[in-house]
Design a protein around this ligand. Structure first.
Ligand code: AOS
Ligand code: ZN
Ligand code: ZN
Length: 430
């Protein structure tokens, strides 16, 4: 095993040929920002400290309920997924964390898995439980619900699985558990809408009781799918209610794709922060529903506005404000490594643009009700091409200025296509 799956020489050669142009562009942007009273190196340092975790499941090709089109050389187990995540972090330098999903990523030796990740310069971020699918050896079915099931033995099984995830998480160095359930109904009248939430909160409280003192549990809401009439934790209101009842270590996780079209997600972010319950994010993009398209590929402005709220929140922190950032995308038609490198760059770019918002000017314009000046203050930051800052941050940390060029020149995927088992056809996990 090597800490650098891509040849270091290849990265340095590519950087050597790209660095002159980058210096020039960085200097020009630096002068421009200086005229606005912003020191470019300070922004670059913030970008260097910024990290977004990648999902282990995102390393494989995603699919829909219609089909999955496998990619030659895609990973077939957590070890191969880690290797791909190492490529993403080696070239992009902004994705040090990997978020695993159980039982998909189950192994016999978790201490060994942690070491394996560390050798790649990776750590494990939030562990995700899975009570939205039945597993071959499972006694109770989740067909009609898990933590909110009407069947006590099913709720108990879901509780135990979540506690198992916490136990695994302790071994791999995680400090967060993300709980997303597909529980809900497909027909009006199928279940009592109030009692199902009561059962969910009661069952989830037993998981909460098993949390170590320094852990956070994050509840992920989703409007619909797999349930198409009602979902138990459908929105941030239900999520907030549950998190408030469960206790201080329970917070809400916002997956950008889990809302009705046109919902003002940045306002949800501000509201959750106000309640001290903003726990984390699953970044992705969508046009219609939970499309799980690449972050910022459809609506980068929304992503920027979310980060704008996060920077505001950072300036006005509530107790325990430490949101976790994660990508949650399904890469159906691209090489997942390329998609996650591209997404991580887009996410870090929105973060950087939010950092350069002139906060004093913005708040003065807001207080004066100078609508156009407030809007143009935000827009000035959004319109800034922060590409040179991101590239320079990568270069200084040993990543690749031109990550796509280096990745393709490395022929990594072609090599893996020779080494790895082929993945079968079939409907994919979304
Ligand atoms: C499902 O829609 C959610 O986004 C969850 O985060 C889920 O655990 C993940 O997408 C893996 O399927
Ligand atoms: Zn998600
Ligand atoms: Zn989702």
């Amino acid at each position: 095993m090597t800490g650098s799956p891509i040849s270091i020489d290849l990265v340095s050669q590519s950087n050597a040929s790209a660095s002159e142009v980058l210096e020039d562009e960085y200097a020009a942007l630096g002068r421009k920002l200086e005229r606005r009273g912003i020191a470019i190196d300070a922004i670059k340092d913030r970008v260097k400290d910024f990290g977004v975790a990648v999902p282990s499941w995102g390393a494989g090709r995603g699919g829909t309920r219609f089909a999955k089109f496998p990619l030659a050389g895609e990973p077939t187990n957590i070890h191969e997924k880690l290797e791909d995540c190492a490529v993403i972090h080696q070239l992009g330098k902004s994705t040090p964390g990997v978020s695993p999903h159980f039982p998909w990523d189950c192994v016999d030796d978790y201490a060994g898995l942690r070491e394996e990740a560390a050798a790649y310069d990776l750590v494990f971020d939030a562990v995700n439980s899975n009570t939205f699918q039945d597993q071959p050896d499972q006694v109770q079915t989740y067909a009609t619900g898990s933590l909110s099931s009407t069947v006590e033995a099913t709720r108990q099984q879901a509780i135990e699985h979540n506690i198992d995830c916490i136990e695994i998480g302790k071994k791999i160095g995680s400090k967060r558990l993300t709980v997303w359930v597909g529980d809900g109904t497909n027909f009006p009248g199928q279940q009592d809408l109030g009692r199902s939430l009561d059962r969910y909160i009661d069952a989830t409280s037993h998981v909460y009781d098993a949390l170590p003192a320094d852990w956070t549990m994050m509840l992920e809401h989703k409007m619909f799918e797999p349930a198409f009439y009602s979902s138990v934790i459908a929105d941030w209101g239900s999520s907030l209610m549950a998190a408030q009842e469960l206790g201080d270590q329970c917070k809400c996780l916002v997956d950008l794709g889990h809302h009705a079209p046109n919902v003002n997600i940045e306002q949800i972010v501000a509201r959750l922060h106000r309640a001290g319950k903003l726990g984390g994010f699953h970044f992705n993009d969508s046009k219609y529903g939970d499309d799980d398209l690449d972050s910022g590929s459809i609506n980068p402005h929304q992503l920027f506005l979310v980060f704008n709220e996060l920077i505001e929140a950072e300036r006005n922190p509530r107790e325990g404000f430490d949101p976790s950032y994660m990508i949650d995308q399904s890469h159906n038609v691209t090489d997942p490594i390329e998609s996650m490198l591209s997404s991580a760059e887009t996410i870090a770019g929105c973060f950087a643009r939010a950092v350069i918002v002139d906060r004093e000017a913005l708040s003065a314009a807001q207080n004066d009700n100078d609508v156009m000046l407030a809007f143009r203050t935000l827009r000035a930051a959004y319109d800034t091409d922060v590409g040179p800052i991101l590239a320079k941050a990568r270069e200084e940390q040993g990543g690749a200025i031109d990550w796509l060029g280096v990745y393709r020149a490395s022929k990594y995927r072609e090599r893996k296509a020779q080494e790895r088992k082929a993945v079968g056809l079939g409907a994919g996990i979304v």
